[in-house]
Design a protein around this ligand. Structure first.
Ligand code: C2O
Ligand code: CU
Length: 517
């Protein structure tokens, strides 16, 4: 983007990029609208309304830097926030203001996105949309009110940097929540390749190379009905050096379960060879906060010998739902409680549709620790997805009909390796326009044979028919899924698949607030 265009976008000024006729809706009155940019007054006003008198200011510092990490018997060089991955745990109360000074010691530009938070748009951390990238050697101060309690996380929004060690957990506590649990564990899941002979950038280049120049693209296009016979992902074959054929990565629940066979799957930064230990006393009620920070892997989690009760999805409460196993897409978070027996138990996160798993050892008594290949019968039980949950009454959206709806048709192809929304690859996507105060329905229409965990920035939508409030939801192959949101957070919001390779090759658009002139 040229500097002038970029500034016009940021300010939402009446530059060429900022003005659009609202075709269709206002065909007779010729209303013009301007784009509500991240620096618009409406963004500042929404932030002022979020600030709570008496809210604290919580400060933190994140240094994005190259590091060598021990993943448990395997040392890798990678990038992380500080010296560990996951990075530092950030924690505030709802209504507090979080100020984070980011120091970019990476050799490339970066930014930090606060995944799931309804925050002020200019702090959302999407370079080119809400801020300039933080250059190598540069710094940036993020400062925003955190309005809603829950389990969130932070990560870069530049290229495929998330698939390195650059992620950490952000918890917003509810100061009014009574203690319904004795112990809390945070469980962060990740698929890992960096420093094992390839970087995520190399993996992306390989996917694009295997996809070739697109000469086979028509045959294997999955964006429309003409492409039906190409929908088996067969074009990838077993031809990707170092990667398994895509046919191998299938799941009954998710169809095409991913594009990349990772050498390692991690739980709290550890391989099953040297797993993390989670300790509590027998009989204690544990709240487990699950975060999937993976880039191309959904995880199926279960606790050996126990049932879990899911209490929150993407930070927001749900009607408590007992289950043996839980399926977590990339970018999704779930909180679940478990009442512990006495002994030693495995917590397993199996890479759905792939070979491999991550492990933690739960210890509430004596016993031998499980190994990575331990059998956990709960894993093969019925797995719960976010679509199987109902919203808690306290966070239900008011009944209201939609003022506006948008379809998001999800398509793509392996050759060329390219993923689209409504047939277009970001940044060529058509923005999804909306106006503050509206009720907006988004309809995800998946026309590919792969699942896509779709994520909307700055909002927590509601699945229709009383489903959960979420910001990231798995859309299964060939499925259609409706969600409603309240347009109450003005700005320009990235909306994309949280498979970071899909997002990076096009499966992204913007939810674009407009103001009438
Ligand atoms: Cu974690 Cu744009 O997302
Ligand atoms: Cu996707």
């Amino acid at each position: 983007m040229s500097d002038i265009t970029r500034r016009a976008v940021l300010r939402g000024a009446a530059g060429l990029a900022g003005v659009a006729a609202l075709g269709g809706l206002a065909s007779c009155s010729r209303t013009t609208t301007t784009t509500v940019g991240p620096l618009a007054d409406a963004v500042a006003a929404a932030e002022a309304a979020r600030r709570k008198p008496g809210g604290r200011l919580v400060t933190a510092r994140l240094t994005a830097q190259p590091v060598t990490l021990d993943l448990g018997g395997r040392s890798v060089s990678t990038w992380a926030y500080g010296d560990t991955s996951p990075g530092p745990l950030l924690r505030v109360d709802a209504g507090d203001v979080l100020r984070v000074d980011v120091d970019n010691q990476l050799p490339v530009a970066t930014s930090v996105h606060w995944h799931g938070l309804a925050l002020r748009n200019d702090m959302d951390g999407v370079p080119g949309l809400t801020q300039d990238p933080i250059p190598a050697g540069g710094t940036f101060r993020y400062e925003f009110a955190a309005p809603h309690p829950g389990t969130y996380f932070y990560h870069p929004h530049s290229g495929v940097q998330l698939d390195r060690g650059l992620y950490g957990v952000l918890i917003v506590d509810d100061p009014d929540e009574s203690g319904r649990y004795d112990v809390e564990w945070i469980v962060v899941l990740d698929d890992w390749v960096d420093g094992t002979g390839r970087t995520p950038d190399r993996v992306l280049a390989d996917l694009q190379q295997a996809g070739g120049d697109g000469s086979m693209g028509d045959m294997h296009d999955m964006g429309g009905m003409e492409g039906m016979e190409g929908m088996d992902h067969g074009s990838m074959g077993g031809s990707m050096g170092g990667m398994h054929g895509i046919e191998g990565m299938q799941s009954p629940l998710l169809g095409g379960a991913g594009d990349i066979a990772y050498p390692h799957y991690l739980l709290n930064g550890r391989t099953p060879a040297d797993p993390a230990t989670l300790s509590a006393k027998p009989g204690q009620r544990v709240r487990i906060r699950f975060v999937n920070a993976g880039s191309d892997t959904a995880f199926r989690v279960a606790v050996g010998g126990h049932r879990m009760t899911v209490t929150h999805s993407d930070g927001f409460p749900v009607v408590p739902m007992p289950t043996d196993a839980l399926l977590i897409g990339m970018g999704e978070r779930f909180d679940a409680t478990v009442t512990l027996g006495e002994g030693v138990f495995p917590l397993v996160a199996s890479a759905e549709g792939k070979q491999g798993r991550a492990l933690a050892v739960i210890r509430s008594g004596a016993g031998r620790p499980p190994t990575g290949d331990v059998q956990v019968s709960e894993l093969s039980g019925k797995a719960l997805l976010g679509t199987g949950l109902s919203t808690a009454e306290s966070v239900r959206l008011d009944r209201r009909s939609a003022d506006r709806s948008h379809n998001l048709v999800l398509g793509g192809s392996m050759a060329p390796y390219r993923w689209t929304i409504n047939g277009k690859a970001f940044p060529d996507a058509d923005p999804l326009r909306l106006t503050q105060g509206e009720r907006v329905r988004l309809r995800f229409v998946n026309q590919s044979m792969m699942f896509h965990p779709m994520h909307v920035h700055g909002h927590t939508f509601a699945l229709t028919h009383g489903g959960a409030r979420k910001d990231t939801i798995i859309v299964r192959p060939m499925a259609t899924l409706d969600v409603d949101l309240e347009a109450d957070n003005p700005g320009q919001w990235a909306t994309h698949c949280h498979n970071i390779y899909h997002a990076e090759t096009g499966m992204m658009t913007t939810l674009s607030y407009q103001a009438q002139e």
